[in-house]
Design a binder for this molecule. Sequence first.
Ligand SMILES: N[C@H](CCC[C@H](N)C(=O)O)C(=O)O
Length: 334
Amino acid sequence: MLMAVKMIKVHGSGNDFYLLDQTQFPEPLNDQDLQQLAINICKRDGAGLYEGADGVLVVDKSEHPQVLGRMRVINADGTEASMCGNGLRTVARYLGTQNSQEAFRVQTMYADLKVQAVADFAKQVPAFSVEISPVSFDAQTLGMHANHDATTIINEKIPALSADLKFSAVAVPNPHLIAFVDHDTLVGPELGRIGKWMNDGQNDIFPDGVNVSFVEVLGKNSIFVRTFERGVGFTNACGTAMSASSLMYVLLHQESTDFNQEIHVKNPGGMVKTVVHQGADEEYWMELIGNATFVKIVMIPLSDALADDFSQASATVTGEQSAYEDFVATLTTA
Ligand SMILES: N[C@H](CCC[C@H](N)C(=O)O)C(=O)O
């Protein structure tokens, strides 16, 4: 039976995904098909489905109470991640609209996370706030073997990686390696060198890979985050990286920010806002607030997509992308 699959092309701050609601199928796809589908449709440079994507957000039913659905994250290379901050905002919009609810939880690999619709960032730029947690600095949770198997690395050099940069390693819960840098280093080749190396599948520092980010402090409650993502490469933005970077900004730069303050986080794809919290249980958690843009609705025969054949694909554009680009154009270049 030539079953068609409907997907929504979505993005959060330019980090783009195909959103695939598995409840459209009589039976959910198995992991192997999901992996193959992601590898096929995400390819860039015209080789994938339309412009490709950074990954696939798989939505399923959730068995948990007060939880409207479950999100799984498949990177463009087919690897599964435990969390996706930019993606969760788009899944929250999708489930909220489907169920006419604005505040609820979404099940992810390690936690049912709070999500909430917030005021549009601009005309036709809907926005959501999502919880980013749990947070851990533990090397074992991070899959990190550095500095003679140090149990944590917070604002320390990793001489094997760089003679002068200082790094912080934190899981939110996917793994992040973060360095605060000056502008020239932010835009220079070091991020690509370290990002490619730590995700080569052979290095013994992060055998399972890691998302690597450079952060420039722009001013009070204002940072710029550039990320080389595990399983993808350079992306316009990485929601969990921007949240993890905001946490390190609060912990290491109290001269220009603090807990419970709204931080403006710029990135190559636009801008989001974050707030860093420390709960009564001393645990850190972050709010990630940003756009949840639906670019177009795509239909394609499932067997074609699994066979890398996109000739029968069709798309209906929503018009939100031009509204998002107008919003980005209003961001000061400062
Ligand atoms: N590449 C990440 C998953 C996607 C996270 C990112 N797109 C976000 O918005 O948080 C990883 O393998 O941990």
